[in-house]
Design a protein around this ligand. Structure first.
Ligand code: HEM
Length: 420
């Protein structure tokens, strides 16, 4: 089961070839080294967990802390784990970096403001944004679906939801663009963008607090300020970190859901045709199961965010020392043949599809209803309005973004019959 002298050496991880198709390497790890210690490109050593059962267990294990202070290398590994720029901008106290009881309190407060109802009411605006973005390129007969569609949609959506005024949203587009372009590369520009975003959010939160009760305050930031639990409120600093994590967690993930999703459909014409036919007949059920399947098949979050053992633990038969980082490889777990029949096949009507694309346990994705709404609207509208959509590049030449946690394309050139 584990690596021994008869097992061939582990395939290379985190290279460009690996980024284009990590699944064969993950299949190897699942079989030969399901809990595998490796050096990451940053130099930090971490355990990769690749089997579904181990992954699910690790995601729910309270002995694995989200607080980077538990990292045994936290003194000299400073800045190498977590979100680039978050330390310098004082944004550390957000949901993905904390454990109960703080996590429980903050999650309860944000859940009072970020409700399924608020998301459902937002559906017409998401549809409007989707159509506007398509209107802007439909006359050309070609587009880069990442830059012209998948990238702007979630940033405008989350800005609208938070209550960032429309005239400031292009600043967010620029800052987010910097984060997504350089997420796995130089950190200076990213840290500056994070700082600017943080400064802007702090000011916005302050202003919204002053203006509370004066009307026009039904946005999510005002909701966060108003939310209270047993008389407790978020501090301005907590509200800023919360707004930031909503932006950060809800942005590149959704870009990749749309990008990876469209790409998978274009590469699986039979499934794409099935979906297109169902939509034409007014049947949306395949759209709902289809987006879940796309999340399982080639999801936006390749590795769940950092976890650190607070005490020695055994996972998948492997001893993990206190202070060691553990990275749960969602992309590997979701292709585990022990859990999913024919895991490498895209089946949009797959039943029994409890994938880990949104995580599991107390950190389960808070934005899943919004992600589903955006993913379904984006895919359905593209297929309806651009019925002959096709790839305008050799798949071999498409580049995937570097970076550890997320998985997504840099560009997705497409062509279709132009409409005036
Ligand atoms: C957490 C995936 C969209 C907000 C997570 C986690 C995953 C995930 C895997 C858990 C990470 C971990 O345990 O280490 C996704 C995917 C998305 C998506 C695949 C899109 C397709 C969104 C959106 C928002 C959002 C749109 C909000 C606007 C969050 C937040 C957390 C989270 C706040 C932290 C929850 C906590 O720690 O309690 N997401 N996400 N996500 N997500 Fe998402």
């Amino acid at each position: 089961m584990h690596e021994n002298k008869d097992t061939p050496p582990a395939p290379p991880l985190f290279t460009w070839e690996f980024a284009a198709d990590p699944y064969p390497a993950y299949a190897w790890l699942r079989e030969h080294a399901p809990v595998h210690r490796t050096a990451l490109p940053s130099g930090v050593e971490a355990w990769l967990v690749t089997r579904y059962a181990d992954a699910r267990q690790a995601l729910a294990d309270q002995r694995l802390s989200k607080n980077p202070a538990h990292h045994s290398e936290s003194a000299h590994g400073k800045g190498k784990v977590g979100i680039p720029g978050e330390r310098s901008a004082n944004l550390m106290t957000h949901l993905l970096n904390i454990d109960p009881p703080d996590h429980t309190r903050l999650r309860r407060l944000v859940s009072k403001a970020f409700t399924p109802r608020r998301v459902a009411e937002f559906a017409p605006r998401v549809q409007e944004l989707t159509d506007q973005l398509i209107d802007a390129f439909i006359e050309k007969g070609e587009a880069d679906l990442i830059h012209e569609f998948a990238f702007p949609l979630p940033i405008y959506a989350i800005c609208d939801l938070l209550g960032v005024p429309r005239e400031d949203q292009d600043d967010f587009r620029d800052w987010a663009g910097m984060m997504i372009r350089h997420g796995g590369g130089p950190r200076g520009g990213v840290a500056r963008s994070v700082k600017k975003m943080r400064g802007y959010l702090a000011e916005l939160i302050h202003r919204k607090r002053e203006e509370l009760g004066e009307g026009g305050d039904d946005d999510l930031i005002s909701g966060l300020i108003r939310a209270s639990d047993h008389g407790e409120h978020l501090t301005e600093n907590e509200a800023a970190a919360m707004a930031f994590i909503l932006l950060f967690a809800g942005f590149e993930t959704t870009v990749n859901l749309i990008g990876n999703g469209v790409y998978a459909l274009l590469r699986n014409p039979g499934e794409r045709e099935r979906l297109q036919r169902a939509l034409a007949e007014g049947d949306e059920s395949l759209l709902a199961t289809g987006v879940e399947e796309l999340l399982r098949y080639d999801g936006p979050v390749e590795l769940a965010t950092w976890r650190f053992a607070t005490e020695p633990i055994t996972l998948g038969g492997q001893r993990i020392a206190a202070g060691d980082p553990v990275l749960v490889v969602l992309a590997a777990a979701d292709r585990d043949p022990e859990r999913f029949a024919e895991p490498d096949t895209l089946d949009l009507s797959r039943r029994d599809n409890q994938h880990l694309g949104y995580g599991h346990g107390i950190h389960y994705c808070l934005g899943a209803p919004l992600a589903r709404l955006e993913g379904q609207a984006a895919l359905a509208t593209l297929l309806r309005r651009l019925p002959d959509l096709r790839l305008a590049a050799d798949p071999e030449e498409l580049r995937w973004r570097g970076g550890l946690i997320m998985r997504g394309l840099r560009t997705l050139p497409v062509e279709f019959t132009a409409r005036i």
